[in-house]
Each structure stands twice: as C-alpha cells, then as structure tokens.
Design a protein around this ligand. Structure first.
Ligand code: 5GP
Length: 205
C-alpha cells in the first residue's frame, strides 16, 4: 500500500554545511526519490551539466520565470538567482512520487508558506555541538570571535524551530542514513496511511 500523493522533502541548512554533498550521496544510492533540478543564473562550474546539475538561465530568463509564476520559490544567493520549477514539483507529487529539494534557507521558508505539508529537514554543522557547549558554559570565554560564533549559532538554533527534523552533518554517510530513515518514517505515518485503509474498508478501492 502506498500513499497516493508523493511527499515533498526539503533539505536546507546554513551556508557551507554540506547540503550539496549530502544530497549527491543520497542520490548516488538507490532511491525512489525524484530530485527537483533547480534553475540558476550562476555560471556553470567545471564538470556541471545543463539539466543535470541545474537549468542554467540568464537574468532575463529567470526574471521572466518569476513574472510567469513558474517558480515554487526563489532566492538570491551571492548575487545569483536560484529557484525551484513549480510544475515539475506539482506534477511529480501528483503522480505519487516523492520530490526532494536541496535549497538555501530563504527559499525553504517560502516553500513552507505554500507547502506546509512538506517535510522540512535542517542540516547542521557538527561544530554546532561545540557551540552549544560554549553557550552552556557561557562566561568562560569572552573573545569577539566567540561572541560572533555564538551570534551565528543562536540564529541557526532559532531557525531550527521552523523544521521538522534536524540532521547533524558530522559524517556524510551517517547524515544520508538519517535522511533515508526520515523518508521511511514519513511513509509510515498514521495520517498518511490510515486514509487508504479507510477507503479500502469502505470498499472504495
Ligand atoms: P551552489 O551555487 O553552490 O550550487 O548553491 C548555492 C546555494 O543555493 C546552496 O545553498 C544550494 O542549496 C542553494 N540552492 C540550489 N538550488 C536552489 C533553489 O532552487 N532555490 C533556493 N532557494 N536555493 C537553491
């Protein structure tokens, strides 16, 4: 028995945490997930391919997509646009397949507004554990650096409240395994499965 509609998974997290690496490793392994390839205005890096890594667009093309409401979310990151194509996501979910987005935090918050039923996963750096200790032991260190890092940690911790799951990226394989477990658990959720059992018992299936 499977869900009729696919589940939307959103992987996000602070800049530099390794979202791309974790996502690539997740997709290197056998998966039923569909990755939503983003649009971007940034230049192609060596080894990247059009339609595999991104759909590479000019600024004008991207702004046209925004005007036409063709993006589920978009954000500017380091002077470039990044965005998720709406139709691919909606169609794939309607076909009963899970969709996986790997996007930065502003975009993830836009998705949350429009797709509250999505499953939001926040990837955090392993050093957060250290930072947490520093917060607990506040007062023992007083350099500007620690203050800055605490400020950053605080912002990151506050952002966690918006997410359903937190995955520490201490090791790529472990992080991937945790994400796979989250996906499996989401498919076992009573509210997702019970509806189909009810339909079955009512003779509608
Ligand atoms: P990069 O240029 O290194 O491939 O990606 C830069 C950042 O953009 C990463 O944090 C990545 O997760 C994010 N990103 C990639 N695609 C999208 C997208 O479609 N929307 C948003 N909001 N961020 C994206």
């Amino acid at each position: 028995m499977t869900d009729e509609r696919g589940i939307l998974f959103i992987l996000s997290g602070p800049s530099g945490v390794g979202k791309g690496t974790v996502r690539k490793e997740l997709f290197n392994q056998e998966t039923d997930l569909r990755y939503s390839i983003s649009m971007t205005t940034r230049g192609m890096r060596p080894g990247e391919k059009e339609g595999i890594d991104y759909f590479f667009k000019s600024n004008e093309e991207f702004e046209h997509l925004i005007e036409q409401n063709e993006l589920l979310e978009y954000a500017q990151y380091v002077n470039n646009y990044y965005g998720t194509p709406r139709e691919y996501v909606e169609q794939t979910l309607a076909d009963g397949r899970d969709v996986f987005l790997e996007i930065e935090v502003q975009g993830a918050m836009q998705v949350k507004k429009n797709f509250a039923e999505g499953v939001f996963i926040f990837l955090v750096p392993p050093t957060l554990e250290d930072l947490r200790e520093r917060i607990v032991n506040r007062g023992t260190e007083s350099s500007d650096l620690v203050t800055n890092r605490l400020g950053e940690a605080k912002k990151e911790i506050e952002m966690m409240d918006e997410y359903d799951y937190i995955v520490v990226n201490d090791d790529v394989d472990k992080a991937v395994h945790k994400i796979q477990s989250i996906i499996e658990s989401e498919h076992c959720k009573r509210e997702r499965v019970a509806k189909q059992y009810k339909q079955l018992l009512e003779g509608k299936k």
